[in-house]
Structures are given as C-alpha cells and as structure tokens.
Design a protein around this ligand. Structure first.
Ligand code: ADP
Ligand code: MG
Length: 637
C-alpha cells in the first residue's frame, strides 16, 4: 500500500494511521507539523517517555528521530543522542532547532569556547537534546560530567554500528557498552535501519538493554520503484537515466573508484551537475562534495559504497547501480537512501555478465574459506534477485524474513516491464554450440555461430561447418548475447577459472541440453523507461483533485508551483546556512503546492508545518503561492 501521496491538509488523520491521546497528538502537530504517527512511533515514544529500554528496527525514512526527539521534550532533564557521523551532527541539530527543539551537540569539531558555552546551556537546563559522538562518550570524565547534570535517557542512533555482523561496524561504537554500567538507572533506546535478527541480538546484548520493548517495523519501502535493466553501454544508459530525471537529486553507485570518476566526468561533460565521491579522495574534498549534495548545490553524486551512510537528506529522488551490488542487504540500504520523505523515488540496477565474472574473480581471491563461502552465498542471492521473474519487493522482503503477497505495482516485474518467455529451444542451441566448440568460447563467438555469422574467428576454426551454425538465424545477435547472460546467471553456464575464459556447461546445463529441464528467460527493456514514477503514482494534480483539495482556485499547474517552492526553499536555506530539506521536505512542498494555502491557518494545516515553521517561513511561502496563483509567476525567477 502506498501512503497517500498528497497528504490531506484538511483531514485530522489519515486512515490506517495510529490515533493517539490528545496531548501527544497535539505535541506532534505543534512541533513537527504532523497529524498522525507513523506505524510504531507512538508505541516507542510512550515507552521511552515512560522510562523503558527500547530496541527499534525501522527502515530508513521510517521516522526514527521523532521517536527520541519527542520523549526528550516530555521527560525531565536532557536526552543524550549518540550519532556516528560527526559531519552530520550539525545538520541534525539544525533540523531539530528548526522545529523549535532546544538541541545542541558536543564533538571534536567544537572549539573550547563553544564547548564551554554548550556545557553552560546544559547546566542551565536550556538543552533538551544533546547530540554526542561515540568518541566523546568513551571519555570517562565526559560521562561523569553528564551524570552530574542529570540526563533523562540515552538514544543510540544507527545502533547496528556496534555489531560486527552489521555492514557498517564501527569500533568506536563498542565503547557504548560502558553506558549501562555507568548509568544504571538511565533508560537506553537503540535505533537502527538494519533488518537482520543477528544484529538485533547483538545490539540488545552489547548495550545491556533490560527487557526492552523490541519493535521491528516492516522494511517495505513502498515509495521506491525497483527495476533491473540489462547492461549494454552502461555510461550511456546512466546518462539517459539522469536526463530523464531533470533537476532531481540522485546517487549513482559504481563498483570501483575508477568507474565512479569516469561516470562522473561523463555526466559533468554532458552538462549535468555531477561529482565523484570515493575513499580515494582527500577528506576535505569528500566533505565538501557531500555538503554540496546535501544542500542541493550538486544534483548527482557518483560514488562507491563509501558514500551514503547516515546521510539524512530526505529528497534523494533516485538511486542507480551501475554495477552488480555485492549483497542484497547492501542494495536495499543503498536504494533506501532515496525517498526518506516518503515521496516516490526511482531506481535502476544495470547488470551484465561481465559483472558476474568480476565478482566471481574477486571472490575466488578471498583467502578465508568461510568468508569466501559467505561471499558466494551473497552473490547467489543477488543473482537470483536480478534474474528471476519474481516481484523484486517480495524478494527483498523475503531476504529479511518478511513476506509480501500480491502485485506490488512498484517494480519492473509487477508492472509488466519484465515478462517471462519459454526459451528452452534457443537455450539448447546455444549450449550445443558451446559443447561442440570445446566449452572455450564466450558469448560473442557463440552468438556468431548460432546466427551464422562468418567472422574470421569462425572461419579460422572451421566453426561454419558445425550443425548449429546458423541454427538460430531467426533471432538477432543481441538476443543470443542476452540469452548467454541469462543462462550464466541462472547457473546453466559457468565461466572458467580465468577472467577471460569462455563458458562451460554446469551439470544443470547438461540436463537442459539433454532436454530434461526447461528454461524461462526474462525479457526486460534495455533502457529504463522514463516517467514511470509519476504515472505509476498519479500526478499531484489528479491526486489533489480526488481529495477535493484543488478547490482553492482555478486548476493550477501544481508541478510548476512545486518547482517554484523548491527554488524559494533553496534560497531561504542558503540564507540560514541550512540544508534545504531541513527547511521543508519535498513531501511538504508537494502538499503546499496541492493545497495552495491562502491563510496562515491553511499553511499550518499542511503536513510538516509546525508552529515554529509557520512563524519562520509562513509569510514568504504564502506570498509565493499567492503570486503564483495570480499570474503564474514565481518570485524566485
Ligand atoms: P529515519 O531516521 O528513520 O531514517 P527520519 O527520522 O530522518 O527517518 O525521518 C524521515 C522523514 O519522515 C523526515 O522527513 C521526517 O520529518 C518524516 N516523518 C517522521 N515522522 C513522521 C510522521 N509521523 N508523519 C509524517 N512524516 C514524518
Ligand atoms: Mg535517522
């Protein structure tokens, strides 16, 4: 189920969402501007506010911050929030302050004077939320000072970083084990977006949580569209994808630094606002590029997996994988960086046979046999994901032990972009060509043989005399190249030990050749169709019409107004030195564009507008809406 795309500004609460006692509900609206809690939020808020330990696994964008920010206000004293990335702490604190929450941070980036000032504020009781880095908490005097000031509870964000099983283990998180003995009476609440139960057990044990409320939300991300595309000329395919998402922020993941650099320069050379990001760049350059992305100054980051952890930017609208990811967990987390605001987002995963060969080659070089076996298992799961004609969402969720039935409507399988076709006969022709040429050749040569193409290589080896020569002339060469790739991915063909070696048949391949198995090939498009995202979810205008929100005036181009509001947001954010998403999320801007509020009360009714933001931004946004409605002009132009 998709959440309502255009939030209903005038309804008290949307169906399916939890209702709450009036005081919590009122605080939620006043501070955050939200009408209702997301699933699980209220339970967690009540537990934390009531002094109980909590472990909560919720997907990215699930709304974990609110689960500790709201209780921090409800309890006496101040709450400590442990957060792993110093570079993001300032944004988090700015975001909280934008909502009117008295927040501060302490980490190594503060000068001595600033740190002293923060301690004074704490002592004076003027801080309710204190963000700290794990390094600070490792210092005994620091913990003792906090204890003296009377902290209300400790929230550990990105808690999976404490577990070696997690994909983002951080040794400095280990020292958080000291918190429980040092603060025996202080409740601890742990939050993570990692879905595996192994990590959950680790976190509960290592943090010493006592009979915690354990919450696992669904890991479904209904706003994300999943799509797998056959890789041909991947850089050109990526360029087309970016071109189809004009002005939208997105991340391209590449398997190597070199590929990240090359793709970034290609995009930049084609006039897109794109930069590379990987561990080989200087710290300062990495930081400035991340910052530029977060602040909407750069639209596209082309990165290795070094990029993305803890980035709270909520308006990432698409994620592309230019190479096969190493694990489904990684793929889920990387695509999950899109759409934190709950607005629809697009993804594409490009893959081809060379990816499989590269990953296998790396795996074969892993020395530890257990590690190697794990890596192989991860690759098998990724291949099953990209190859099978089963709903992508169902497969991803099954990976986390969650079941999903029916048509998700938001992946290439469920929307019919991918279809399955019986290709048993064709597969046998190709396998036969491989066997008759000694199982030494790759897809291109095999395709030449079955299509009856007399290349020099064919003639030199006399392959034009094989019975399979020309047996598949009815199908074009790309069909056979793709089929070879599918057979390899599905485990009928395998490559030899060396990277360049040709295909040999696996035992399953021999069964297929002998007519004892059949083969279904997935047919998928060779380019990611553009514009799917919007049509699949419904244009904002249409949705607004259904909800009866467009009554404010003549039918106005809500998309144009949204673009205008985006420009206004960017200017206001820059003037305050804030990331734009901290001012308002895309979802809130969409709601404003649909509701076209004319009064402060109507503006306040839009989701994501609380009292503090009404005061700070109401006037300028109302003026922009008024101007747009009267003459279609935008004050930003
Ligand atoms: P997480 O840390 O779980 O990834 P965040 O706390 O950053 O997620 O929240 C993601 C987005 O969801 C933010 O833009 C936040 O404002 C929004 N959000 C959180 N709770 C609600 C709610 N109850 N209703 C509407 N939006 C919400
Ligand atoms: Mg978070």
């Amino acid at each position: 189920m998709l959440r309502t795309r255009v939030p209903a500004c005038r309804r008290a609460s949307a169906p399916g969402l939890v209702s709450s006692p009036p005081d919590l509900q009122a605080a939620l609206k006043r501070l955050f501007g939200f009408d209702s809690f997301r699933p699980n939020q209220q339970r967690i808020v009540e537990a934390v506010a009531g002094g109980r330990d909590v472990f909560a696994a919720m997907p990215t964008g699930g709304g974990k911050s609110l689960c500790y920010q709201l209780p921090a206000l409800l309890r006496e004293g101040f709450a400590v929030v442990v957060s792993p990335l110093i570079s993001l702490m300032k944004d988090q604190v700015d975001g909280a302050r934008e909502n009117g929450l008295p927040a501060a941070f302490l980490n190594s980036t503060l000068g001595a004077d600033e740190a002293r000032a923060t301690w004074r504020e704490l002592a004076a009781g003027r801080v309710k939320l204190l963000y700290v880095s794990p390094e600070r908490l490792a210092v005994a005097e620091f913990r003792a000072a906090l204890a003296r000031l009377g902290l209300s509870f400790i929230a550990v964000d990105e808690a999976h970083c404490i577990s070696e099983w997690g994909h983002e283990f951080r040794p400095d998180y280990r020292t958080l084990g000291l918190l429980r003995p040092q603060f025996p009476g202080v409740p601890i609440a742990a939050f993570t977006a990692t879905a595996t139960s192994q990590v959950q057990e680790d976190v509960v044990r290592l943090l010493g949580l006592r009979e915690p409320l354990q919450v696992r939300a669904s890991f479904d991300r209904p706003e994300i569209f999943y799509r797998v595309v056959r890789k041909l000329e991947v850089e050109e395919q990526i360029r087309q994808f970016v071109a189809a998402h004009p002005g939208e922020a997105g991340i391209v993941y590449r398997g190597t630094r070199k590929a990240a650099e090359a793709t970034a320069s290609l995009l930049a050379g084609s006039g897109f606002s794109a930069v590379a990001y990987h561990a080989g760049l200087e710290d300062a350059l990495r930081r400035s590029r991340q910052e530029a992305f977060v602040r909407d100054e750069v639209a596209v980051v082309v990165a290795t997996i070094a990029f993305g952890m803890g980035i709270d930017k909520s308006n990432v609208r698409w994620v592309v994988h230019g190479d096969l990811p190493r694990s489904l967990e990684g793929y889920y987390q990387e695509t999950g960086r899109a759409a934190r605001d709950g607005e629809p987002a697009d993804t594409a995963l490009f893959y081809g046979p060379a990816d499989i060969a590269t990953l296998r080659w790396h795996i074969q070089r892993v020395e530890n046999p257990l590690e190697r076996e794990r890596a192989e298992e991860r690759l098998r799961r990724v291949l099953a994901f990209v190859e099978s004609g089963v709903c992508r969402r169902r497969q991803l969720l099954a990976h986390f032990g969650e079941s999903f039935e029916g048509n998700c409507g938001r992946c290439d399988v469920c929307t019919g972009e991918v279809t399955l076709e019986d290709a048993t006969e064709e597969a046998r022709k190709l396998l036969s060509a491989a066997v008759r040429t000694g199982e030494r050749f790759g897809a291109h040569h095999l395709a030449d043989i079955v299509t009856g193409t007399t290349t020099d290589k064919v003639l030199e080896r006399g392959h034009q005399r094989l019975p399979t020569f020309g047996a598949g002339a009815a199908q074009p060469r790309p069909f056979w190249l793709a089929l070879a790739q599918d057979l390899a991915a599905a485990g009928y063909l395998a490559r030899g030990e060396e990277r360049t070696a040709g295909f040999r048949l696996t035992p399953r391949g021999r069964l297929l050749l002998a007519g004892k198995e059949s083969f279904q090939a997935a047919r998928r498009p060779e380019r990611a169709p553009a514009g799917r995202r919007k049509s699949a979810v419904g244009a904002p205008e249409a949705a607004a019409g259904e909800l009866g929100l467009a009554s404010a005036g003549p039918a106005v181009d809500a998309e144009g107004l949204f673009q205008c509001l985006k420009r206004l947001r960017r200017r206001l954010a820059a003037a305050r030195d804030l990331p734009p998403y901290v001012v308002f999320s895309d979802k809130t801007l969409r709601a404003i564009a649909a509701a076209q509020p004319a009064t402060p009360a109507a503006f306040l009714a839009c989701p994501g507008v609380g009292e503090r933001k009404l005061e700070a931004y109401g006037e300028e946004f109302l003026r922009a809406v008024r101007g747009y409605l009267s003459d279609g002009g935008c004050p930003e132009d």
